[in-house]
Design a protein around this ligand. Structure first.
Ligand SMILES: [Zn+2]
Length: 177
């Protein structure tokens, strides 16, 4: 079977398409790791949110929400992951890192992401109650602030949302039982 040669436009389109597919697969792989952290948090009795920090395709930090376990209001997954990453890299400046988090960051975490100069945030499910990236506020994209980052949302959002609904459902069932 003879194959028609692709026109330059078709070729470019195909390249763009394959790159973005690879990107999405890549994002899903990292998000799956964040999801593991969320599941571990649930086992410890914490609201299941997980985060990982990646630099040059390498995992730098991974943490789950530990507010309950540590009895600290600031122990959100993103904050713990940022602290781990800073410790590991010996710098507060994470401008060559990306953060993957299962739930849309809150005001505190979006603030920490800006302070750490993280340029890319990939998250799973939107948070209608506290989301500060898109839902309630757009802190990561506010021209009045001195840093902005690229945001990709909706990666594995169904699975990321399901760990949360399962957790709260289980908690309600336990209260009833
Ligand atoms: Zn937070």
């Amino acid at each position: 079977m003879s194959r028609r040669k692709l026109t330059p436009v078709e070729k470019a389109r195909r390249e763009i398409y394959s790159v973005s597919c690879l990107d999405i697969l890549n994002h899903q792989n990292w998000m799956a790791l964040a999801l593991e952290q969320a599941q571990q948090a649930a086992q410890e009795g914490d609201v299941p949110v997980g985060a990982v920090i990646v630099r040059n395709g390498e995992l730098i930090a991974a943490a789950g929400n530990a507010r309950q376990r540590l009895q600290r209001p600031t122990a959100h997954a993103e904050i713990l992951a940022i602290e781990q990453a800073c410790e590991k890299l010996g710098t507060w400046n994470l401008s060559d890192c990306a953060v993957y988090v299962t739930l849309e960051p809150c005001c505190m975490c979006a603030g920490a992401i800006l302070q750490a100069r993280i340029p890319l945030v990939v998250y799973g499910a939107d948070d209608p109650k506290a989301g500060a990236v898109k839902t309630l506020f757009s802190l990561l994209n506010d021209s009045r602030l001195n840093h902005r980052c690229e945001v990709i949302s909706g990666i594995l959002d169904t699975a990321c949302g399901k760990v949360l609904t399962d957790f709260f459902q289980k908690r309600r069932d336990e209260k009833k039982g």
